[in-house]
Design a protein around this ligand. Structure first.
Ligand SMILES: *[C@@H]1O[C@H](CO)[C@@H](O)[C@H](O)[C@H]1NC(C)=O
Ligand SMILES: *[C@@H]1O[C@H](CO)[C@@H](O)[C@H](O)[C@H]1NC(C)=O
Length: 431
């Protein structure tokens, strides 16, 4: 979330990552083309020179490449491996626990794992339905594309189309048992929903919206605004306290609005970072919050109505959920835009019980973390229930021998997961 999250934490780490990434230039090597049903083999385009390190293409060049080029070859990020044991009925998201202690000693950003750009799970049909209802209620506050952006307006359409094609290519490669694209008719078959999508007869954003219950936001540099990145298109259903409609067309610095310490800590470096982010260096990160229930979307008015200075004494332990917004960001190869992708994942706090070190870590952050950030997250509203609960779980873990009292609390080695997560996750899914 742009506002929901202290995104400046992302930015602080981006600055560090930048130094690292710049060391890696210019050793870019594209992997071999991978044959699959959604990739039409083509020679890579010859980019316009002189825009190093970023490549750029003219509209005629992009038009000549046609439909479904190999985005793996264009970006340097391989297609995901097929996941044949995956079963949508029982699939659970990976248990992201992106807690860090101390904040400034750790790097919040990691390289995107190409297999996990998009991640489907058992709530897929119901989440899609919920998102559809939000869209019906709020319309272009949820899905929207900037209609005019001066001379580079065509880039907005190119960016939307390439995101759609990248999404379809990913789904067909990752979940071939559920998604198939007919290479002649360009009909996408979604076997989970039992639906067909004639993708070039639809708005590309709708193709994505109706097949992936995740949020997407696209930004493009705007020459008219000194090359600053402007929010040009997106579909955002899981924002709390703001909506896409009010952010579209604005530069990113404005989008972040009231995130505490954003300006002081980050200043201009975000645009600088973006101007150097290459297609082969996508990034993933998570932000978290502890909330009551599973609030997905809340408009600014609703959020305002909820803001209170009181702790609700009626909240029960079982009402508390960890909300993780798992985010990725990557450069789009043709339009030159950047796409952010978010999914909101909810986990009952009670799950921490058998996750070694997690209760102690969260307790530490809530008790001693940066006050401004915690205030911003609003954790104070749930602390009176969460803290005793976390403390009890921590003590129980000490009794069980999976945590030692008095041990130094810091970011888990397995971050963003925890020791033994995969075994528990597989057991819960049955595959
Ligand atoms: C990839 O597909 C192309 C076109 O269908 C085919 O000519 C080529 O032999 C394939 N390459 C491999 C390695 O399978
Ligand atoms: C997926 O899981 C469901 C529920 O356990 C089961 O009925 C179904 O047979 C599984 N599908 C496959 C392909 O294993």
């Amino acid at each position: 979330m742009f506002q929901d999250t202290p995104i400046y934490i992302l930015l602080a780490s981006l600055a560090a990552a930048l130094a690292l990434i710049s060391l890696l230039y210019p050793k870019r090597r594209y992997p071999l083309y991978k044959n699959d049903s959604t990739t039409i083999q083509k020679k890579p385009l010859q980019p316009t020179p002189s825009t190093y390190p970023l490549k750029s293409y003219t509209l005629p060049q992009i038009t000549s490449i046609g439909r479904f080029p190999s985005y793996a070859a264009l970006t340097g990020v391989p297609l995901p491996n097929a996941y044949p044991t995956f079963n949508i009925s029982t699939a659970k998201p990976r248990p992201y626990r992106p807690f860090r202690w101390a904040y400034h000693h750790t790097m919040a950003l990691t390289k995107l794992e190409p297999d996990w750009w998009l991640e489907l799970e058992s709530t897929y049909p119901s989440r899609l339905l919920q998102r559809q209802k939000i869209f019906e209620q709020y319309g272009d506050r949820i899905i929207r594309k900037l209609s005019s952006m001066g001379a580079a307006g065509w880039r907005v359409d190119v960016a939307c189309k390439e995101v759609m094609e990248m999404v379809v290519q990913f789904l067909c490669a990752r979940y071939p048992q559920y998604f198939r694209l007919d290479a002649q008719s360009y009909v996408l078959y979604n076997k989970i929903l039992g639906k067909e999508f004639d993708i070039y007869c639809m708005d590309p954003m709708q193709v994505v919206f109706q097949n992936v219950p995740e949020d997407f936001a696209i930004v493009l540099p705007d020459e008219g605004k000194g090359g600053k990145y402007v929010f040009v298109a997106g579909m955002i259903c899981s924002s709390v306290g703001w909506d896409l409609g009010e952010k579209i067309g604005r530069v990113l610095g404005e989008v972040h609005g009231p995130v505490p310490e954003y300006k002081e800590k980050m200043g201009m470096s975000m645009d600088r970072y973006f101007s150097k982010l290459t297609t082969d260096k996508p990034i993933q990160r998570g932000s978290w919050d502890i909330v009551v229930g599973e609030p997905l979307f809340m408009s600014a008015e609703e959020k305002l109505g909820m803001t209170t200075n009181e702790q609700d004494m009626n909240i029960k332990e079982e009402d508390l959920t960890l909300r993780v917004d798992w985010q990725t960001l990557r450069r789009l190869p043709l339009s030159g835009g950047i796409v952010f992708n978010y999914k909101a994942l909810f986990t009952p706090l009670k799950e921490f019980e058998d996750e070694p070190g997690v209760p102690a870590l969260v307790e530490k952050v809530l008790r001693e973390g940066n006050k401004k950030i915690l205030e911003y997250k609003g954790t104070w509203h749930v602390e009176h229930v969460a803290l005793p609960m976390l403390e009890r779980m921590r003590r129980k873990q000490a009794e069980m021998g999976i945590w030692e009292e008095g041990r130094e609390v810091k970011t888990l080695e397995e971050s963003p997961f925890y020791r033994g997560w995969e075994e528990k996750w597989r057991r819960q899914q049955g595959f």
